[in-house]
Design a protein around this ligand. Structure first.
Ligand code: TPP
Ligand code: MG
Length: 575
């Protein structure tokens, strides 16, 4: 070697991955160490990145996904090969389904051995397995390609309709060296990773004309509208047109749920009665009964209710997925809404008064009925009496983030707890997936620094419960409230043949989940009344300490699958 070459600085795969992420403003990794990425986690921390280590990769993956939703930057989940990768894969698939931008980065075993199936340590063709579940999947074999690989992963995750991206990094890549200067030059700082997509003017005109012709217009705000961070324009569109709106679960708070134009309390009236419906970042999937059938005033299951639809979506393929879309408006939500606002001007005619008063009448009646139910204080505590407390706590702390999963624990919380600010409600999303609870809570606290309140069914909590240790380890301001009704949906099922096994939906009765939190130094509380629950929640918010409240709920109070009982197939045979 010449003396020149000796003084030449080198870099390697580890450093190039970290440098590429940092260059693109990514400052946090959610992951779980092990071969071959242990040193990557250490070196990332040494380089000033926040490395949040989990107890199971699925929770790290869910954390990355929701961090992506909250920030519009891809959340990074880092795992080991085969089993770690597979544990992260559910979160990746869920992210893709929900249009959350995330990148699952997994170490992998030796390509030569994997491809000949010679039985390497944790052997698996991970790229092939990830492909159908990800928006895009890439593998990097050479250190000089790390910059391109990460740039492609970032673009794929956040541009157009966001989604989950898989990035495969074989073990050998990390130790590969190259000249430091050449390495630096190989990195790419992605310019404009999620380019605006401006809608066509004639499409805007078509949408405005249809909206203008409506006698009973309705706007539906979806999770995409929340993701877009076009909060002020969306509010202006709704307020300047005077059109009633319904928020989907994760769009709650885009406008305060107490807004006079919210038709949420009259949902079952407005869906079939509306004549023109504008979807803003909401898909006509099962959550909206596919835009047809009885929910929409159709005679039978698959019948059209007669509504005309305007749909704002960044993906042209979303149009006509379930029913005819009369005015497709393809573009990013911010650009579409601002184009509509420009066309609306300042003297748009408000919707006919009889439509607004018909909604107000039903809404007021339903709200009064709900207020009556919430005011009751039965023993044992019910979903309603407990949620009356949660509702007050969120009202007093509108910056707090509400994470929510379960069946009854989900459905009642969604309808009872008002949200006041955008992107404060994070839940089970498109799939109704259990297990997002602690991952979402940890990411929400890490990304926002705000207090997090997780309302969890006792079953739902079990999917990610071990992460209470993670919450304690990072001393996060997370208050987990377990709605403990001794089981899945209810705690009352019995074994039909009377054997020693309990029914499949029933758990240990009277379990004390609060003790789990105490095991790791957090605060545990046991609440059997709304007053006890209120005291414990207020203390958690005040102290910012990791807290878990075991809220004992009447085990008879829930219904099968919460609000979606009808999706359960019924046996044709009696017994
Ligand atoms: C990954 C996954 N597994 C299983 C289910 C089916 N599932 C839906 S809700 C639920 C749990 C409901 O019980 P709990 O969380 O205690 O809420 P409760 O209705 O009792 O308040 C389950 C297992 C699911 N949605 N996702
Ligand atoms: Mg339960």
């Amino acid at each position: 070697m010449t003396s020149d070459a000796q003084s030449q600085e080198v870099t390697d795969g580890f450093h190039l991955v970290i440098d590429a992420l940092k260059l693109n403003g990514i400052d946090t990794i959610f992951g779980l160490p092990g071969i071959p990425i242990t040193d990557l986690t250490r070196k990332a921390q040494a380089a000033g990145m926040r490395v949040i280590s989990f107890r199971h990769e699925q929770n790290a993956g869910n954390a990355a996904a929701i961090a992506g939703f909250m920030t519009q930057k891809p959340g990074i989940c880092l795992t080991v090969s085969a089993p770690g990768f597979l544990n992260g894969l559910t979160a990746l698939a869920n992210a893709t389904t929900n249009c959350f931008p995330m990148i699952l980065v997994s170490g992998s075993s030796e390509r030569e051995i994997v491809d000949l199936q010679q039985g390497d340590y944790e052997e698996m063709d991970q790229l092939a397995i990830a492909k159908p579940l990800a928006k895009a999947a890439f593998r990097v074999l050479h250190a000089a390609d790390i910059g391109v690989g990460i740039a492609r992963a970032i673009r794929a995750a956040v541009s157009g309709r966001p989604g989950g991206v898989y990035l495969d990094l074989p073990a050998k890549l990390f130790a590969q060296t190259m000249d430091a200067e050449a390495g630096k030059k190989s990195l790419i700082k992605v310019v404009d990773p999620a380019p605006r997509q401006i809608p066509a003017q004639d499409a805007v005109q078509r949408a405005l004309e249809l909206l203008n012709s409506a006698k009973r217009p309705l706007i539906l705000l979806g999770k995409g509208a929340a993701y877009a961070q076009a909060d002020a324009d969306i509010r202006a569109l709704i307020e300047r047109t005077g059109i009633p709106y319904l928020p989907m679960a994760m769009a709650k708070g885009l406008l305060p749920d107490t807004h006079e134009q919210s038709a949420a309390a009259a949902r079952s009236y407005v869906l079939p009665a509306a004549d023109v419906v504008m979807l803003v970042g909401a898909r006509l999937n099962w959550l909206l009964s596919h835009g047809k059938g009885k929910t929409w005033g159709g005679k039978e299951h698959k019948d059209w209710g007669g509504q005309k639809f305007i749909q704002i979506d960044i993906s042209p393929q979303e149009m006509d997925s379930n029913v005819r879309i009369d005015a497709p408006l393809v573009g990013d939500i911010g650009s579409c809404v601002s184009a509509l606002l420009a066309g609306i001007g300042s003297n748009w005619a408000r919707p006919p008064a009889d439509w607004l008063s018909a909604i107000a009448e039903r809404k007021n009646k339903n709200l009064a009925k709900m207020a009556e139910t919430l005011a009751r204080d039965p023993t044992p505590m019910t979903y309603h009496s407990a949620l009356a407390v949660v509702r007050d706590i969120i009202k007093a702390n509108p910056d707090a983030i509400l994470v929510n999963e379960g069946a009854n624990a989900l459905d009642f919380t969604r309808s009872i707890v008002d949200m006041y600010k955008p992107r404060k409600r994070l839940d089970v999303g498109t799939w109704g997936i259990m297990g997002i609870g602690m991952g979402f809570s940890i990411a929400a606290a890490v990304v926002s620094g705000q207090p997090v309140i997780a309302i969890e069914g006792d079953s739902a909590f079990g999917f990610s419960g071990m992460e209470v240790e993670t919450i304690c380890r990072y001393n996060l301001p997370v208050c987990v409230v377990i709605f403990n009704n001794n089981g899945v949906y209810r705690g009352t099922d019995i074994n039909p043949i009377g054997g020693p096994d309990v029914a499949p939906t029933v758990f240990v009765k009277g379990a004390r989940y609060d003790k789990l939190m105490e095991a790791f130094g957090g605060v545990g509380a046991h609440a059997t009344t709304p007053a006890e629950l209120r005291r414990a929640m207020e203390e958690a918010i005040r102290s910012k300490k990791p807290t878990l409240i075991n809220a004992v709920i009447d085990e008879t109070a829930g219904t099968e699958s919460g609000r979606i009982t009808s999706l359960n197939p019924k046996s044709a045979k009696q017994n």
